[in-house]
Design a binder for this molecule. Structure first.
Ligand code: PLP
Length: 420
């Protein structure tokens, strides 16, 4: 009986890029955590926008301008619905997760944090959810507390909760690690943080594409994610916060669209979301993002989750059975999204015999298999794991068991190269 719940072969037909061969082999794309592939409906939506709708938004009185504005604001509404937000007013379009977190740190952070206030984050954050808080702490005098993870790369939520105290103003934590795939119980963190008067910002870059995500149910205050990891275009991302949090947030960038009135020496600001979206936005990609969200919901978010879980369970079982592979992160596949980070050793008994993941990645690429290798923008976590880098296979709705077979065969072949 197949463990996989979606018909990945049928879904793959929606992704033209997957039809190609690489170095004479079928493309096996196992790098969706870096960026996902795009279904034809998204590609067509971009084209349709420029063919039929293109005009600037919130400006003209002409028909195309109205159409573009309706499509852009419709996209905001669609995003709100996708994440269970009660209103589109506090959905802010950004370039990506990185810009969304920086925006929040620069506006809310600088306006609200005082010397001695604390920002709590963790050692496994993507640099995008760490560096902006280092910068914010330096600018405001706030203290950044980074909760360490275990040697296995797993975050102990008790430890995170213990770090949240009376001085904590913000907890910035990833919902789902881009390295270990660990899914964190945000409801528990939120409960603990709110009891102490702190807000919770969840980096949902790796959860929005893969898990049913409902901000109201989770109770989080702020989320950030990127369209390109969830079948949408590059160049468009989302910051969402409860509207009352953004209501008095000062502007991020100054210029057109974000003002109410301008005099030569001063200006007043527009309401959100316009206040936080200066200049002409990325209209086409916001509009095409709707096609991506429709695609994910049409496929079924719970089904995507189940499908990936089955693939990860199979991959982990097969990797763990190889004594020369070390897998990082939670042992139970149900605690993970569709991500498996690992390293390959020439000699199972010798930690010094690590085959550098770049070599593993290059050898897999020669067989048409695309994985990610490197530090995954998580250098503190790499230091904790005591490795220079890891390999990472990440799955999405278009992967199936044949991709797992290809990965395992490819790893056997890669290691053999180093035994010669
Ligand atoms: N946070 C996590 C957990 C990620 O995985 C990534 C990207 O890999 C980011 C943030 C940054 O996303 P982007 O590069 O789209 O800004």
């Amino acid at each position: 009986m197949s463990l996989v719940r979606l018909d990945a072969t049928a879904l793959r037909a929606d992704f033209p890029i997957l039809e190609q061969t690489v170095h004479g082999h079928r493309l096996v794309y196992l790098d969706s955590a870096a960026t996902s592939q795009k279904p034809v409906s998204v590609i067509d939506a971009i084209s349709r926008f420029y063919r039929e709708i293109n005009a600037n938004v919130h400006r003209g009185v002409h028909t195309l301008g109205d159409r573009a504005t309706d499509a852009y604001e419709g996209a905001r509404e669609r995003v709100a619905r996708f994440i269970g937000a009660p209103t589109r007013r506090s959905v802010i379009f950004t370039r990506n997760t990185t810009e969304a977190i920086n925006l929040f740190a620069r506006t809310w952070g600088r306006a609200h944090l005082r010397p001695g206030d604390e920002i709590v984050t963790t050692e496994l954050e993507h640099h995008s959810n760490l560096v902006p808080w280092q910068m914010c702490a330096a600018a405001t005098g706030a203290v950044l507390r980074v909760v360490p993870v275990g040697e296995d790369g797993v975050l102990d939520l008790d430890r995170l909760c213990e770090a949240i105290g009376a001085r904590t103003k913000l907890v910035a934590v990833t919902h789902c690690s881009n390295v270990t795939g660990a899914i964190h119980d945000l409801e528990r963190v939120v409960h603990h943080a709110h009891d102490r008067g702190a807000l919770v910002l969840a980096d949902t870059a790796q959860s929005a594409p893969h898990l049913p995500l409902d901000v109201a149910k989770l109770g989080v205050d702020v989320v950030a994610f990127s369209a390109h990891k969830m079948c949408g275009p590059t160049g468009i991302g989302v910051l969402w916060a409860r509207p009352e949090i953004l209501a008095d947030a000062p502007p991020f960038l100054g210029g057109g669209s974000m003002i109410h009135e301008v005099w030569p020496d001063r200006s007043t600001w527009a309401e959100i979301p316009a206040r936080l979206e200066a200049g002409t936005p990325n209209i086409a990609d916001a509009v095409a993002f709707v096609a991506a969200l429709d695609y994910l919901e049409g496929t079924g978010r719970a089904a995507i989750r189940a499908h990936e879980r089955a693939l990860v369970a199979e991959t982990m079982a097969r990797l763990v059975a190889l004594p020369w592979v070390r897998v990082y992160g939670p042992a139970d596949p149900t605690d993970r999204s569709g991500v498996v980070a690992f390293n390959v050793f020439a000699d199972p008994r010798d930690a010094e015999s690590l085959i550098h993941p770049h070599d593993v990645g290059t050898l897999l690429d020669a067989r048409g298999i695309a994985i990610r290798v490197g530090n995954h923008c998580c250098q503190p976590l790499m230091r904790r794991l005591d490795v220079p880098a890891t390999a990472r296979a990440s799955f999405y709705l278009y992967n199936d068991e044949s991709d797992v077979d290809a990965l395992i065969d490819g790893l056997h072949a890669a290691r053999k190269t180093f035994l010669r």
